[in-house]
Design a protein around this ligand. Structure first.
Ligand code: MRU
Length: 369
C-alpha cells in the first residue's frame, strides 16, 4: 500500500544488496517510519520475537526469508551442514500461536528437496521466498474481493448511510506482505466508493489497533474512530456497528478461531446483538493437524507489555508505568473464539460457514484422509 506517495510492502529483499532483507520496523509506528535491514537469521529471529514485524501472515513470510538467509550465512561463514535446520528450529521457537510461522518454514524447507549444491539451494530459496510473498499478496487481495460482497450487501441495504465496521488488533497490510486480511475487504470497498467508517479497537496491551490500524486507515484516507477495547459492547447495543471483521492467527478445521486477546469478547457482544462477525484469513492460517481451538497454543508474553504503555511525548516515544510497581500482571496474547459465534470465514477460496463440513468443502485437498 502507499505510504505518502510511495508504494511499500512490509518486507522485501534489497534489489541492490541480495541477502539484505528490509522490513518496516513496526515498533515505531505511527510516530516514526523506520526501515530496518536484516542480514542474519538471528536478526530475523529477534525481529519476529520482539515484534518489529507481527501479524500471522507476515510472521510466516519473514521466517521464510530467515531460512533463505541461513543458507547464505552458512555459505559466507563456512558453517556446518545442520545450520539451516537449527535455524529453522530457532525461527519456530519465536512465537507459538501463528500457524503461518510453522507452515511457511515447512513449506520453504520442502522446496530444497534432495538438492545438495549450496548455490542451487540459495537460488531455489530466493525464488521460493519471493513466490511465497507474492502469493500472500495475491491471496489477501482475493480475500478483499470476496469480503467486499458482504460490505456491499450491507451498504445496499442501508444506503445512503455509511457502513460501520468494527475491527480488533491489526489485520491490515502491516500484518501481511500487503493488503491485509480483515482490512482487505475494507480497502476494496473504499476503492469501489462504498461509504464506510471503521471502529478501531485500541487493542491493549500493545495497542496494535490504535497504533497500526489507525495509521493504515489514516494513510488511505478511510474514515475511522479509535475506541477503547471496552467500548465495543456499548456501541453494538446502540446500533452503531453493522459488521465485525477480524483476522486470525490460527484457525481449527472445525471453525474455532484464535486471534488477538479480546476477540472473543467482541464475538460474544456481536452474537448478543445479532451483528455478523466474520474472520478473514488465508488458508495458511488453518491448522489441519488439530481438531478444535482447544488444541491451539496460546502465547504468553512479558507482563511488562501490560504494565507499561508507550506513546509520543515531546516528540520522543516514551514508556510509562501504569499500575503499582509491585502488582503482578498476566499477558495472554491471544484467545479462542468458538465457531458458533463466527458468522463466516473469508478465505482466498471464498466465504464459508465456520463449520467442519463447510471448511472441508472449500478445502477438500487439505483434509487428512
Ligand atoms: O501479536 P500480533 O500483533 O502478531 O497479533 C496479530 C493478530 O492477532 C492479528 O489479528 C492476526 O495475526 C491476523 S493478521 C492478518
Amino acid at each position: 500500500m502507499k505510504v505518502g506517495k510511495k508504494y511499500y510492502r512490509t518486507i522485501w529483499e534489497d534489489e541492490n544488496n541480495p541477502g539484505t532483507i528490509q522490513i518496516i520496523d513496526q515498533r515505531w509506528l505511527p510516530h516514526k517510519f523506520i526501515i530496518e535491514n536484516l542480514t542474519t537469521v538471528d536478526g530475523i529471529v529477534d525481529s519476529i520475537r520482539e515484534m518489529h514485524v507481527r501479524g500471522a501472515p507476515l510472521i510466516g513470510i519473514t521466517a521464510a526469508y530467515g531460512v533463505y538467509l541461513s543458507k547464505k550465512e552458512k555459505k559466507r561463514n563456512g558453517l556446518g551442514i545442520n545450520f539451516i535446520f537449527e535455524s529453522a528450529d530457532k525461527l519456530k521457537s519465536t512465537r507459538p500461536t501463528a500457524k503461518n510461522l510453522f507452515w511457511a518454514i515447512d513449506e520453504i524447507l520442502s522446496s530444497i528437496n534432495n538438492n545438495d549444491n549450496i548455490d542451487n539451494i540459495i537460488q531455489i530459496l530466493q525464488t521460493k521466498t519471493q513466490d511465497m510473498a507474492d502469493k500472500d499478496v495475491a491471496d489477501c487481495r482475493t480475500i478483499g474481493e470476496h469480503g467486499f460482497k458482504i460490505i456491499n450487501d450491507i451498504s445496499n441495504s442501508k444506503s445512503p448511510e455509511q457502513v460501520n465496521i468494527l475491527t480488533h488488533c491489526n489485520a491490515g497490510w502491516l500484518a501481511t506482505v500487503d493488503y491485509g486480511t480483515a482490512l482487505a475487504p475494507i480497502y476494496v470497498a473504499h476503492e469501489k466508493g462504498i461509504k464506510l467508517h471503521v471502529w478501531v479497537d485500541e487493542t491493549r496491551p500493545r495497542n496494535q489497533g490504535a497504533k497500526l490500524t489507525a495509521w493504515e486507515l489514516a494513510e488511505q484516507g478511510i474514515p475511522h474512530t479509535v475506541i477503547v477495547d471496552n467500548a465495543g459492547g456499548h456501541i453494538m447495543q446502540k446500533g452503531m456497528v453493522d459488521l465485525v471483521i477480524v483476522g486470525s492467527d490460527r484457525t481449527a478445521p472445525n471453525g474455532d478461531v484464535a486471534n488477538k486477546i479480546g476477540t472473543y469478547l467482541k464475538a460474544l457482544s456481536a452474537y448478543d446483538n445479532n451483528i455478523p462477525f466474520y474472520v478473514a484469513l488465508p488458508s495458511s492460517t488453518i491448522d489441519w493437524e488439530i481438531e478444535t481451538g482447544e488444541d491451539i497454543p496460546i502465547e504468553e508474553r512479558n507482563p511488562d507489555e501490560v504494565i507499561f504503555v508507550d506513546g509520543l511525548y515531546n516528540n520522543e516515544v516514551v514508556s510509562i508505568l501504569v499500575p503499582p510497581e509491585q502488582s503482578p500482571a498476566l499477558n495472554y496474547a491471544f484467545d479462542v473464539t468458538p465457531a458458533n459465534l463466527v458468522t463466516g470465514l473469508i478465505t482466498e477460496r471464498g466465504i464459508c460457514k465456520a463449520t467442519k463440513e463447510c471448511i472441508a468443502e472449500l478445502f477438500p485437498d487439505k483434509i487428512k484422509k
